[in-house]
Design a protein around this ligand. Structure first.
Ligand code: KIV
Ligand code: NA
Length: 266
């Protein structure tokens, strides 16, 4: 996979992305055949225990991008730029984006935002850093939105989304994530730009889909957004497994003969 292949898949074949944050899951999603892995700043809420994505730091993101690279040496990996790593100044933003490639082993970065970020994105691409855009519900702006709400419901916001998508395409993004955009608007955007749209909660007509790994695997029993599908219930499976371990230590069922080392044996 590379950015040109990404773009060429538009209109031909659905593009499959999922997030991963560590080596063992990176290995699993890569073996399952996803087209690319997103190391999302949703690391903050899915792995680090925060309630939103804002606390993720550059150092968190680099460390976990490195882990994903070690777990999936040949995967196409996109590193998600965390809150305040690209909003303060263009120079700082480019340096931070470059860290994902130089230190993290990523192939590209993703950042949230519309047309006001187009000049920055153009500079990044000209510097050799492939950029994926992210429009619609952009979780780093949850405090401005006042919650996680579906986007593009009225004509003005729908038009703004379309303009933003065109501005990002013009700036040189290789793909655009559309998060929680009403299906009709996501379809219109998908038909209006030449780069693939990758939907999450944005309906059936995007060029690809992305899911948060922990949603897909059911690792958080308290959280399942309408748009996510739970393909497994790892919370229950894990709880059952560890409960059994607890029980077996207490009853001295584990370790058993097959788990022990003995004099003269192996
Ligand atoms: O951080 C994340 O997981 C994301 C996806 C939801 C697109 O940005
Ligand atoms: Na994100």
């Amino acid at each position: 996979m590379n950015v040109q292949k990404f773009i060429s898949m538009k209109g031909k074949q659905p593009i499959v992305l999922i997030t991963a944050y560590d080596a063992p899951f990176a290995r699993i999603v890569n073996e399952a055949g996803v087209d690319a892995i997103l190391v999302g700043d949703s690391l903050a809420n899915n792995v680090l225990g925060f309630s939103d994505t804002l606390p993720a730091t550059m150092d968190d993101m680099i460390r976990h991008t490195q882990a994903v690279r070690r777990g999936a040496p040949d995967a196409f990996i996109i590193g998600d730029m965390p809150f305040l790593s690209y909003q303060c100044s263009q120079d700082e933003a480019i340096r931070n984006a470059g860290r994902f490639l130089k230190e993290g082993g990523a192939n590209a970065v993703k950042l949230e935002g519309g047309s006001s970020f187009a000049p920055l994105i153009r500079r990044m691409v000209e510097s050799g850093i492939p950029v994926m855009g992210h429009l619609g519900l952009t979780p780093q702006s949850v405090n401005v939105f006042g919650g996680y709400r579906v986007q593009g419901k009225d004509e003005n916001t729908a038009r703004k989304l379309l303009e933003d998508a065109k501005a990002l395409e013009e700036a040189g993004v290789f793909a655009i994530v559309l998060e929680m955009v009403v299906e009709e608007v996501a379809k219109q955007i998908t038909e209006s730009v030449n780069v693939p749209t990758i939907g999450i909660g944005s309906g059936r007509y995007c060029d690809g889909q992305v899911l948060v790994l922990h949603d897909a695997l059911g690792l958080n029993p308290a959280f399942l957004p309408k748009f996510a599908k739970r393909y497994a219930n790892l919370y229950e499976i894990s709880l059952k497994a560890i409960s059994q371990y607890v029980e077996e230590v207490r009853t001295r069922e584990f370790p058993s003969e097959e788990n022990v080392f003995r004099l003269g044996g192996n």
